[in-house]
Write a protein that binds this ligand. Sequence first.
Ligand code: ADP
Length: 267
Amino acid sequence: ATYEVLASPLGEGGADGVTVAFSDITEREQVGQIRRDFVANVSHELKTPLTALLGFIETLKGPARDDAAARDRFLDIMLREATRMSRLISDLLSLSRVEAEERMRPEAQIDLAATLRGTVQALGTLAQAADVALILEGAEQPILVQGDSDQLTQVMENLIENGIKYGGTGGEVRVVVTQSARELAFRGPGVRVDVIDKGEGFDPVHIPRLTERFYRVDNHRSREMGGTGLGLAIVKHIVNRHRGRFRIDSTPGEGSTFSVMLPRITV
Ligand code: ADP
């Protein structure tokens, strides 16, 4: 770093120049480090299921060739691992798309209430299978926001799916929509969607890191549930792109609330 400070033309400009050049380098180093960590994480996340797949293929070609029961069991596991890889790749593509688009504001007018009704209906089967009551409140009338319909659907899907996956032990997930005439953060009308579960929650020390790519409270549990560790990172970028705010609250033993606030269009 020292060499770069000296080599920088700004380095000759006195104390300020040095500071600027130095912070540039630090930032560049950080970006480089984040990129290296990301590549290492992705490689690891893909390699784990791939190693399992290769192992089972070897076994099926060799020792288990004539064992029908083992074959069925192994094929189930292989299907699960391949599905995990496929999901990871879809999430990576979503993430890189929303990161690239973050500076472009979406222009379409979307009825957020209709989006939420659709998402809740689509996730009904998942909720039922997990024995979770999925309840939507406050989305009867149209609520207009400026947005990307697919992306807002993805935000709501990720949060509700997480509520069912991790908070489902509480027996219910509530999606509560509240409109305000003047949201401080936007200095204008706003709409807030709270996804509330009564599950096990987590220690709030995790909150600042939960939107990092691949950060999980419980690695083993997330994998068991088929999680990629990218869901909340995608949510954060989409909400940013919509000029919104994203909040996480959790109390161990009581449950968690994930909240999205968006500017609302009034007519
Ligand atoms: P994943 O694919 O692992 O679910 P996410 O980015 O969606 O990745 O979530 C990151 C982590 O946050 C999860 O692994 C889980 O530990 C935690 N988490 C998310 N939602 C909840 C929730 N409703 N209750 C408890 N923990 C949650």
